[in-house]
Design a protein around this ligand. Structure first.
Ligand code: G1P
Length: 318
C-alpha cells in the first residue's frame, strides 16, 4: 500500500520535514470504534427501551452524525460496541427490505434513496460489551476487530459541528506526529468534573501556540480543585494499538470502571500523546439540555425547516 505524508492543515502549524526512509510513516487510520453499550441513564425514561444513540436530532439518530463525520474523515470501517437492548442500532445500519419495498411500490424515490444511503454508508461490524465496565473496557472489547493498526474512537454523544470534521483535524495531527491524539476543549472550571482532563503543554508551530499540545498527564473526572487545567477531553480519539496492552494492564478507576483516560495515562509512560483543541462547536447530545440546544440549532440550519422554525421561535413569548 502506498503511504503518503499529509500536510497538517491546522492553523499555525507547518508540515514536518519529510521522514527519511528509515523512519516509520504513520499508518492510515481505516477504522473507527463507536462505544455504544452505555445504559443512557442521563436520558431516562426515553432510553429505557431504546438506545440513546438512536435518539433523533431533527431526523437522524445521534450516532449517524458521528458515523457521517467518520466517513467524511476517510474512515472506511465502523466497529460498534453494543450491549443488551441495542439492536435498533444494528437495524438502522442494515437494509430494511419491507420499508424499501413499500417505498418503491409507492414511488417514493427520495425517501427510498435516504433509507438506502444509511445502509450503504459504510462497513459496520459489531462486538458486544456484556457488562458496562467502562469506556476503556468497551474499547478493549474492539481489539480483535481493530487488530494491530491505528484506529479512531468516536463517542456518539458528543456531536460536533465543524467546517473540517473534528476527526479529520485529529487525523491531521496524528499524521504529523505519528502518535495518539485526543480532542480537547476549554470548559469552565465548575463543569470540569464531568470530563477527563489533560495537563498539557502547548506546542509551538511557526510561532503560534495555538491548538496542539503535548500531554504531560491525564485525570478522569477530577474535582475542580484538583483539575490540572481547563482542557477537557471530548469524545474523539485517534489511538494506536498499544492502547490495548495499557487497557489490559490497568485497574478500575473512577466509578469502579476501566477508564480510557487511565489507559492513556498508562500509555503515556512509553510514548508521547498529543491533544488537539479542535475548531468547531460541540454539543453534549447525551444530556437533556445539550440535546435540546443541538436540536434547535441543527433545525435552524436546515434548508427545509430553518425558515418556518425560526418564525415559530420568534413568535414564542420568551
Ligand atoms: C467520557 C470520558 C471522558 C470524556 C467524556 C467526553 O466520559 O470518560 O474522559 O471527557 O467522555 O464526553 P462520559 O461522558 O462517558 O462519562
Amino acid at each position: 500500500m502506498q503511504k503518503k505524508q499529509i500536510a497538517l492543515a491546522l492553523p499555525g502549524c507547518q508540515p514536518r520535514r519529510q521522514p527519511t526512509t528509515l523512519e516509520k510513516m504513520p499508518e492510515k487510520v481505516r477504522k473507527a470504534v463507536f462505544p455504544a453499550a452505555g445504559l443512557g441513564t442521563r436520558f431516562l425514561p426515553a432510553t429505557k427501551a431504546q438506545p440513546k444513540e438512536m435518539l433523533p436530532l431533527v431526523d437522524k439518530p445521534i450516532i449517524q452524525y458521528g458515523v457521517e463525520e467518520a466517513i467524511q474523515s476517510g474512515i472506511q470501517n465502523i466497529i460498534i460496541v453494543t450491549g443488551r437492548g441495542k439492536s435498533a442500532i444494528e437495524d438502522h445500519f442494515d437494509h430494511s427490505f419491507e420499508l424499501e419495498a413499500l417505498l418503491e411500490s409507492r414511488g417514493k424515490k427520495d425517501l427510498l434513496a435516504i433509507v438506502r444511503s444509511v445502509s450503504d454508508m459504510i462497513n459496520v461490524s459489531y462486538t458486544r460489551q456484556k457488562e458496562a465496565l467502562g469506556l476503556g473496557h468497551a474499547v478493549l472489547r474492539a481489539s480483535t476487530l481493530v487488530g494491530q493498526e491505528p484506529f479512531a474512537v468516536v463517542l456518539a454523544d458528543d456531536v460536533i459541528d465543524a467546517e473540517t470534521p473534528c476527526l479529520q483535524q485529529l487525523l491531521d495531527v496524528y499524521q504529523f506526529f505519528n502518535a495518539p491524539v485526543l480532542a480537547v476543549m476549554e470548559v469552565p472550571r465548575e463543569n470540569i468534573s464531568a470530563y477527563g482532563v489533560v495537563d498539557a503543554e502547548p506546542i509551538s508551530h511557526n510561532g503560534a501556540k495555538d491548538r496542539v499540545y503535548r500531554i504531560r498527564d491525564l485525570v478522569e473526572k477530577p474535582k475542580p480543585a484538583d483539575a490540572p487545567s481547563n482542557l477537557a477531553i471530548i469524545g474523539r480519539y485517534v489511538l494506536t494499538p498499544d492502547i490495548f496492552t495499557s487497557l489490559g494492564a490497568i485497574e478500575p478507576g473512577q466509578g469502579s470502571e476501566i477508564q480510557l483516560t487511565d489507559g492513556l495515562k498508562h500509555l503515556l509512560r512509553s510514548r508521547p500523546i498529543y491533544a488537539c483543541r479542535f475548531e468547531g462547536r460541540r454539543y453534549d447530545a447525551g444530556d437533556k439540555l445539550g440535546f435540546l440546544k443541538a436540536t434547535v440549532e441543527f433545525a435552524l440550519r436546515r434548508h427545509d425547516l430553518g425558515g418556518p422554525f425560526r418564525e415559530y421561535l420568534k413568535g414564542l413569548q420568551l
